[in-house]
Design a protein around this ligand. Structure first.
Ligand code: ZN
Length: 432
């Protein structure tokens, strides 16, 4: 199912022409209306009229989260404040939040890309969409909401939390599509199981899961527990919110809505673009945003680009599932480790629950990693010897995956904290 066949399946050459035209317009606008860009472009000795091809984008300076913070609150807006009809912000846990302003047309664009995303998961006007992303300043809730409205589906704006109520409504309203973080989906499944809810009473057919990193193993787990199709959604406040990219049912990467967002993957070290297929940092440029256009925004998300034609018929480029962030890659005893690699290794061992924490310490000037992981109920009633064996097995498995020895601690089911939003799994307690 394709929401906008014309836009999503158009010949690549034709789309590139549209992208270039929109890029030029965006650059002219930001140069004229946003002092930040005018200054940045001037420093880099580049003018909007110098950009004659899509490749020329490489001569433009990057925009970072720090730049956006400096412009707090409305410094990055390209229109007068009166033109802004809605504001969202990032969580701001690590400083001033990033403020994003939307014009009426931006809200329309957001609705359009989210309609495309939800349609990839099979959503139609006959569906009931239970939206467990948080409503409010966070973009997750309203982004999904607008997309579901555009399709004409029945949206249940329940927002995050109230797990028991979520499950009750899921059964009573016959929810068919669910949207939430993957860790919350697992938690819902866990509570449903504890409450002895009959799986036949749950009518879920698909879910759009995102806002945090997750692995294919976790996908299989969610699909098995809820008997649904679990797809990956990607987005960020700085660009528009959810709806920058979404996975189609082929599950071979997330299609970027390239007529609105131009993707590049760069080396975080040299800052030069990488060839397709190579992992690096995702950089995005908005092509149609009015309120707050972004030029070469460094997302810090690690992925790669692929452009081979997808079996689904869409000609949109795809990004690989996000496998890490350039800023929370852990450096342990000099080795770079992505927490997602530890997760992947963990979930390959039988008897392990998908709930874990990674704790990094430096007790004697040497980094140590402890992985606390929940095991299935039966294990703790087993002989001590078996518990010890399982622990060793996981340690070996992680070591072969990341090349580092870690200490594994097995904990009883339901002892690690659960989250209703983004799960915090890595605790770096080193004093560096
Ligand atoms: Zn596809």
């Amino acid at each position: 199912m394709i929401w906008n066949r014309e836009a999503e399946c158009m010949p690549v050459k034709e789309r590139e022409e549209i992208q270039l035209k929109r890029l030029k317009t965006t650059l002219r606008r930001v140069f004229e209306t946003v002092p930040y860009y005018r200054e940045k472009f001037t420093q880099s000795n580049v003018k909007p009229k110098d950009i004659k091809s899509l490749k020329d984008i490489e001569s433009l300076p990057f925009t970072s989260k720090a730049d956006l913070r400096e412009g707090y609150p409305f410094g990055m807006f390209a229109v007068p404040r009166a033109e802004i009809v809605e504001i969202h912000t990032s969580s701001g846990t690590t400083g001033k939040p990033v403020v994003a302003g939307y014009t009426r047309k931006d809200i329309e664009t957001w609705s359009e890309v989210m309609a495309r995303a939800l349609t990839m998961a099979g959503t139609t006007r006959d569906d009931v969409v239970q939206n467990c992303y948080g409503y409010g300043l966070f973009t997750g809730g309203l982004g999904v909401h607008y997309g579901a409205h555009k399709i004409g589906a029945t949206v249940v704006p329940i927002s995050a939390g109230q797990t028991r109520r979520q499950l009750e409504i899921m059964q009573d309203f016959g929810t068919t599509i669910i949207t939430c973080t993957p860790s919350y989906a697992l938690y819902l499944a866990e509570v449903a199981h504890e409450q002895g809810i009959d799986r036949k009473k749950i009518k879920l057919k698909a879910g759009c899961f995102g806002a945090e990193m997750w692995t294919n193993k976790m996908r299989e787990e969610i699909e098995r527990r809820f008997n649904l199709l679990a797809l990956n959604i990607y987005g960020l406040t700085e660009i528009i919110g959810p709806g920058v990219a979404h996975e189609c049912q082929e599950k071979c990467g997330l299609h970027v809505f390239e007529d609105h967002f131009y993707p590049e993957v760069i080396s975080p070290d040299t800052l030069t673009p990488l060839p397709d297929g190579e992992k690096g940092e995702l950089v995005l440029t908005t092509l149609t945003r009015e309120g707050m256009p972004m030029v070469r925004f460094r997302t810090k998300d690690v992925t790669s680009l692929q452009r081979e034609k997808c079996k689904c018929g869409r000609t949109l480029a795809r990004i690989d599932r996000i496998t890490g962030r350039t800023d929370d890659m852990l450096k342990i005893r000099g080795v770079l480790v992505f927490p997602s690699k530890i997760e992947k290794a963990l979930l390959e061992v039988e008897g392990i629950e998908p709930h874990y924490q990674i704790i990094v310490t430096r007790p004697h000037h040497l980094d140590e990693v402890e992985v606390q992981v929940e095991v299935s109920k039966g294990i703790f009633s087993d002989e001590v010897k078996h518990i010890e064996e399982l622990k060793k097995k996981i340690e070996r498995h992680i070591e072969s995956a990341i090349g580092l020895r870690v200490k594994v601690t097995l904990v009883e089911p339901r002892t690690l904290p659960r989250s209703e939003g983004k799960a915090k799994r890595v605790f770096d307690k080193r004093e560096l």
